[in-house]
Design a protein around this ligand. Structure first.
Ligand code: HEM
Length: 307
């Protein structure tokens, strides 16, 4: 791999993780995993830039629900280990798409156990629990929604049947994670978002989360003031994948001029260069090899006297 490709891949994996564990992406010969080859999910999630760049938009949409924000505020280590969270959530997307069936099921079960311990009371006194099927449904839906928006903007448009297939494929994972009613078509998705909008809000916890996201240097390299500016730009680029009403709700929207002259060219370049650098990412290549591997048939025992 040439130097430039290597540095792009290293920079991506430093923040979003490697996702090349043979125990997850290798495994039983012929095992398609939970979704399988030929799916729209295998194509979309092979674009590491779409999953990576969708991270900020997805988490920002998720925490606009005050119950999710309260759970993350009270019980997650996002302030001390922001990248562990990002890597593990990206890992959840890659492993449930390309992982072998046992590894994917085991990860979903492990994360369910973690969520079973997450419960509390929001600042407005409303009790919450992470395993509430509506909350799991919201957090689930924000992921394929954000990934699909980024993929269609910076890779290729999907036709209506591909959008429906992608959402239906991802709903398999959502339901295994404990989600209640979630969209399985693009039309459902529109309706679902309109239903959820009145429940979304920004409170002091959300402001602290955005402050953390925008003010800390996070993964950006270079002297702190510069790193902070680079990170701030990255977060704005991520937030730009959200719908306008949601960006405005956050209070961190930016001008269409800034979007056109700075953010769009940046996201287009990052997206193209990551696809060039990764080619077929390891998680996909290993899954393809696993599915293509021939199940070894046990050799028939030699018939006595004929050996
Ligand atoms: C399908 C929906 C969801 C997905 C895919 C998801 C994904 C994840 C993943 C992968 C982890 C493990 C991270 C790790 O290993 O460090 C995690 C932990 C966590 N999630 Fe979720 N999550 C979902 C829904 C929710 C909801 C609805 C809430 C809050 C109400 C929530 C709050 C948390 C918290 C607080 C943790 C950290 C738990 C701990 O460290 O013990 N998640 N989530």
């Amino acid at each position: 791999m040439n130097f430039l490709k290597r540095s792009l891949v290293d920079e991506y994996t430093r923040v979003s993780g490697r996702h090349d564990d043979p125990k997850v992406y290798g495994g039983p010969a012929g095992d398609p995993g939970l979704i399988g080859p030929g799916s729209v999910s295998w194509e979309i999630h092979s674009d590491m830039s779409a999953v990576g760049l969708a991270g900020v938009a997805a988490i920002t949409m998720e925490i606009l629900h005050p119950s999710v924000m309260a759970g993350v505020h009270d019980r997650s280590n996002y302030r001390t280990k922001p990248f562990e969270r990002a890597r593990n959530t990206a890992g959840y997307v890659f492993a449930t798409t390309f992982g072998n069936t046992d590894a994917a099921e085991a990860l979903i079960a492990r994360v369910r156990r973690m969520h079973e311990r997450v419960e509390g009371v929001r600042p407005d006194g409303t009790p919450y629990r992470a395993m509430d099927p509506t909350l799991i449904g919201w957090v689930h839906t924000c992921i394929p929604w954000a990934v699909m928006r980024i993929f269609e903007r910076y890779n290729r448009p999907l036709d209506p049947s591909e959008r429906d297939r992608y959402l239906a494929e991802q709903a398999i994972i959502g339901h295994k994670g404990g989600a209640g009613e979630i969209p399985v078509t693009a039309a459902d998705l529109e309706e679902y978002i309109e239903e959820m909008r009145p429940r979304l809000a920004v409170n002091e916890q959300t402001r602290q989360f955005f402050e953390f996201l925008l003010e800390s240097p996070l993964g950006a390299k270079g002297p702190a003031p510069l790193a902070r500016q680079i990170n701030r730009f990255d977060v704005h680029a991520g937030i730009s994948a959200m719908p306008e009403w949601a960006r405005q709700l956050t209070g961190y929207d930016h001008s269409p001029r800034f979007q056109r002259l700075a953010v769009e060219p940046y996201l287009r370049t990052v997206s193209r260069s990551l696809r060039w650098a990764f080619g077929v990412p390891p998680c996909r290549a290993m899954a393809e090899a696993r599915v293509a591997a021939v199940v070894q048939q046990p050799r028939p025992a030699p018939v006595a006297g004929l050996a």
